[in-house]
Design a protein. Structure first.
Length: 201
């Protein structure tokens, strides 16, 4: 039974996103559905779509919180005047955050949108802004190189760490290598730093 009178529109939207975030965090994106969400909040599934375009819209709102959380984790990383050490600090912040929010992080990249679903520009920008944080540090390593070169290396290291996290989350990292994920992540940082430092001007 619908309970629209129990909450204002803003309250209901917050309730829905809070409940969706909790369900995804506990059970994973593969088990997330409109039925599970409506059951959790005591509203009909139809009521959800009076406030959200579709399930994609709800998951996007949850994912935006996850991205904001990672930005905060980067901000809380211990500062260093050594660019290489700072990149390693960001790697630790990345891994620590994902360890706490594993299912929510997986939802960022594993959720299958509807054929008509599009990723909002602000969502793409949220990911890009995280990568630009790394690009600032890469540029400090080689100020003579372009901002574009620093951005490209930042994209590579971000994607590389995400890839090994995905392998580890799925239990498949051991099929590739028998190593601790933190060791792998820091080796990846070292490899990209070394490549960037020796990149031709």
């Amino acid at each position: 039974m619908a309970r629209g009178a129990d909450h204002s529109n803003a309250e209901l939207e917050t309730l829905v996103v809070d409940a969706a975030e909790d369900l995804i965090a506990r059970e994973g994106i593969d088990r997330f559905s409109a039925r599970a969400l409506s059951s959790a909040i005591g509203y009909t599934a139809g009521s959800l779509y009076h406030h959200f375009k579709d399930l994609d819209d709800i998951v996007t709102r949850v994912n935006s919180r996850t991205l904001v959380g990672l930005a905060h984790a980067f901000s809380d990383a211990p500062p260093s005047e050594d660019p290489s050490a700072m990149l390693h600090a960001y790697a630790d912040a990345f891994l620590n955050y994902i360890a706490l929010k594993r299912n929510l992080w997986n939802a960022l990249f594993e959720f299958r949108r509807t054929e008509t679903g599009t990723v909002p520009d602000w969502y793409v920008e949220a990911i890009a802004s995280l990568i630009r944080i790394l690009a600032i540090i890469f540029h400090q390593l080689r100020p003579d190189l372009s901002q574009g070169a620093a951005l490209a290396s930042s994209q590579l290291v971000f994607a590389s760490i995400h890839a090994v996290v995905s392998l580890e989350s799925s239990g498949r990292l051991a099929l590739v290598m028998n190593r601790d994920i933190r060791e792998v992540a820091h080796d990846l940082v070292d490899m990209h730093v070394l490549a960037f430092q020796h990149r031709p001007a």
